[in-house]
Design a protein around this ligand. Structure first.
Ligand code: PMP
Ligand code: GLU
Length: 402
């Protein structure tokens, strides 16, 4: 008699992260010698700056290789407190900060700490791929708040108000956004913060792209625009994107004491402290020279200008101008129903498959972010690769029959 594999219910409908899956597929094809243009992963192509690497090498040489406090070393917490003050004008105590293994674990911990089975968490669409899965793993229910490219994916306050009820625990905001690159304006952040205070729900603000902005403005979040709302706001951030440190795995939370204490408890029973050496490197990133950030942001800005221009120059594509992060999210729905080699393109997944097969371009279908009209391209890669990708895209789209 065959036995069912004894897996838990919670993983039965869980899908692996689609962004990591596409990236892994692209890298595997490349390793086989296939000429792939990889515009999938949200990972800066820059090397981690040298002074950050030096801090890690020093940590190893000095034997800083043991367990640290679960919540993170004092030096890194101090650097995080200084960053929160410098960019947001917000004061936290070290107990109000938790250092985790990447921004993703910080988000996981906070949802585990706050969400009961049946609790609702509002997720604006398009959303970063992991939010619904992280909510569902806690037994929570993601409640989706749609947005439109025509309003630059702004939050519609009337629609938000209609979704909030007694089960609403939190809303997750992500500005600048992955996948759209959109930035919420100050008025929107204030309106959501006021509404959260009024109704008593929390805002989890995923600020991981906060310094990668092209609008000349500094980072902002609901707590910085409405300091009275600070006790309703949990900040999730990390060093992965700003300092090209995706592999080091350091993220952090800042928020009210009870929430951070609970999230720390969860971490103490799951992964313990984040890597000791990477914590030293992250402290150096946050408190060392910041000109490396300005250089990378300027490079991203030039790439953004190029890729948006190319995309909007192609018939059938409409691409909003992102104000931050390093993604473009063009609308390719005009190609829905077109055919290539006997196959019909009906969904964003069909389009992503077609681009991979026909043009050897790796990208992420919009459906992974909750909107099937779009495709996400990451431009955190070499300008020559972006140019080649756009040339291939143009050719591949021309081959489609209406
Ligand atoms: N939030 C968003 C919106 C992201 O794009 C990412 C990138 N993976 C993360 C969180 C998590 O970052 P990390 O690599 O530090 O876990
Ligand atoms: N956040 C990046 C992306 O969206 C990395 C992949 C992931 O963590 O899912 O591509």
């Amino acid at each position: 008699m065959a036995w069912d594999t004894p897996l838990a219910d919670r993983v039965k409908n869980l899908k692996p992260s689609p962004t990591l899956a596409v990236d892994a597929k692209a890298k595997a094809l490349k390793a086989q010698g296939i000429d792939i243009v990889n515009l999938s992963a949200g990972e800066p192509d820059f090397d981690t700056p040298d002074h950050i690497k030096e801090a890690a090498i020093k940590a190893i040489k000095e034997g800083f290789t043991k367990y640290t406090p679960v919540g993170g070393i004092a030096e890194l917490k101090d650097a995080i407190l200084a960053k929160m003050k410098r960019h947001y004008g917000l004061e936290y105590t070290p107990e109000q900060v938790l250092v985790s293994t990447g921004g993703k674990q910080g988000l996981y911990n906070v949802i585990q700490a706050m969400v009961n089975p049946g609790d609702e968490v509002i997720v604006p669409v398009p959303y970063w791929v992991s939010y619904p899965a992280i909510i569902e793993l806690a037994g929570g229910i993601p409640v989706f708040l749609p947005s439109e490219a025509s309003t630059n994916f702004a939050i519609d306050m009337e629609r938000l108000k209609a979704l909030v009820n007694s089960k609403t625990k939190a809303i997750i905001l992500n500005s600048p956004s992955n996948p759209t690159g959109a930035v919420y304006d100050t008025e929107t952040l204030r309106a959501v913060a006021e509404f959260a205070v009024e109704k008593g729900f929390y805002i989890i603000t995923d600020d991981i792209y906060d310094e990668i902005r092209f609008d000349g403005k500094g980072p902002e979040n609901p707590a910085s625009v409405l300091p009275e709302a600070k006790d309703h706001v949990i900040v999730a951030n990390g060093v992965s994107k700003t300092y090209a440190m995706t592999g080091w795995r350091i993220g952090y939370l800042a928020g009210p004491n009870p929430v951070i204490k609970a999230a720390t408890k969860i971490q103490s029973q799951s992964t313990s402290n984040a890597n000791s050496i990477a914590q030293k490197a992250a402290a150096s990133a946050l408190s060392g020279p910041q000109d490396c950030v300005a250089r990378m942001v300027e490079a991203f800005r030039q790439r953004r200008d190029y890729i948006v221009d190319r995309l909007n120059g192609m018939e059938g594509i409409s691409c909003p101008m992102p104000q931050g992060a390093f993604y473009v999210f063009p609308d390719l729905s005009a190609f829905s129903g077109s055919r290539a080699g006997g196959k019909t393109i009906s969904t964003s997944l069909d389009m992503a498959d077609y681009l991979l097969e026909e043009a050897k371009i790796a990208c992420v279908p919009g459906i992974a972010f909750g909107d099937d009209r779009f495709i996400r391209f990451s431009y955190a890669t070499d300008p020559k690769i972006i140019e080649e990708g756009m040339n291939r895209l143009e050719e591949a789209l021309k081959k489609l029959e209406k």
